[in-house]
Write a protein that binds this ligand. Structure first.
Ligand SMILES: [Zn+2]
Length: 384
């Protein structure tokens, strides 16, 4: 399984300056190459190397970084041209398409710069890296990250790593290729309903409360309104810091919950049933105002975390159609809007069963996942 892992660099002030000017110089160089490519209508990597390599060398880039800059430009044009072909910028004469294709690509000063092993080396025991910069090699820059991320980087890092700057901090985004076990044959499915009041509710009748997350979110929302009113530069800076803090909190919460859910499924030999993720996003958009409070990405993120942690553990994941999971009785399968008495209470008007509405939804997802699994995997494990 190929994923990316991000670690944070802790450079000294002098190293930080060197990293900043490295990114700036590489991106200025990329913009120069991009403009040359545009002039000559030449977008292939080899041709661009012939055209610009020596200019980049004389601009202070070493051989490898220069080649990476050229490839970055070639890749950017490949993506752009593919998007144009796919109609992403509209018809040939449309304003947007003309705006996008009528001028060369410009790289931001802080756009990511790829590094290979010759320009970046990792000392995992010391938890430091040594990295090429326009001011010479920077040695012994400490890095930090989540414990499991650091392990991944140490064990499975492969290929290139991007140096990126985000809000004044520097990060390395490493590609990791972790071998994953084959998925096991599940004995049933743990159904997981994602929501707001409860971030997750499982068919095992476990609720993961969203209280703390929502309280935080409301707090940030109010602060944000205050700061937006002010509109000063420092207010904007604080606003950015807050939105970052909020995202971090949501991320950590999602990591903790997804880890617990996957552990339960693994321990009990079950797969995991989830709603189709597009459905989750739509639902997050449509229900107001309560749903609006939770950004749709937080839903999608929890679904993603569960999916990749499950894949790593060999736990099969099945996505089910979420239609009526909140109105269907998990016992007698009677579907009626009136079954859902309140936000929390599910009381079946047909068989009389009463339970928490989110748990009922989790149970429906569980049985739908089981049916779905049975329909795509025959008794011998082959697809039928
Ligand atoms: Zn019922």
């Amino acid at each position: 399984m190929i994923t990316v892992v991000r670690v944070k660099l802790r450079p000294t002030p002098a190293q930080k300056d060197a990293l900043a000017s490295t990114l700036r110089r590489c991106n200025e160089a990329a913009t120069m190459v991009a403009s040359r490519a545009f002039e000559e209508r030449t977008y292939r990597r080899q041709s661009l190397q012939r055209l610009t390599y020596y200019n980049l060398k004389s601009a202070g880039l070493s051989a490898q970084p220069a080649l990476h800059v050229i490839r970055k430009v070639a890749d950017a044009y490949t993506t752009l041209h593919a998007n144009v072909r796919n109609g992403r910028y509209g018809k040939p004469e449309s304003k947007r398409r003309v705006a996008v294709t009528g001028k060369p690509i410009v790289f931001r000063d802080t756009a990511a710069q790829p590094y290979d092993d010759r320009c970046l080396s990792w000392q995992h025991d010391k938890q430091t890296v040594s990295i090429w910069s326009v001011e010479g090699r920077l040695k012994d820059i400490p890095f930090t990250g989540r414990k499991e991320d650091l392990e991944q980087v140490r064990e499975y890092r492969k290929g290139e790593t991007d140096l990126v700057e985000h809000q004044g901090e520097f990060y390395l985004v490493a590609t990791v290729d972790e071998p994953t076990p084959a998925t096991f044959e599940p004995r049933g499915f743990l159904g997981v309903d994602l929501g707001v009041a409860n971030i997750a509710a499982t068919s095992d009748e476990v609720l993961y409360s969203g209280k703390r997350l929502n309280r935080k979110r409301l707090h940030y929302l109010n602060k944000r309104k205050e700061l937006q009113k002010k509109g000063t530069k420092s207010a904007r800076r604080r606003l950015r810091a807050r939105s970052q803090k909020e995202a971090r909190f949501a991320r950590d919460t999602n990591h903790v919950i997804s880890k617990k859910i996957v552990a339960v499924a693994e321990r009990t030999g079950r797969g995991i049933g989830l709603e189709e993720l597009t459905g989750i996003r739509e639902r997050a958009r449509s229900r107001k105002p309560q749903r609006a409070r939770l950004h749709s990405w937080a839903f999608a993120q929890l679904g993603q975390y569960i999916t990749y942690k499950a894949e790593r553990a060999g736990v099969p994941v099945v996505f089910v159609d979420p239609a009526y999971t909140s109105q269907e009785c998990h016992l007698c399968h009677h579907i009626d809007r009136k079954n859902r008495r309140t936000q929390d209470v599910f009381a079946c008007i047909s068989c009389g069963v009463t339970l928490h509405a989110d748990i009922n939804a989790g149970k429906n997802i569980s049985s739908r996942a089981e049916i779905h699994w049975g329909s795509i995997n025959g008794p011998c494990g082959c697809a039928v």
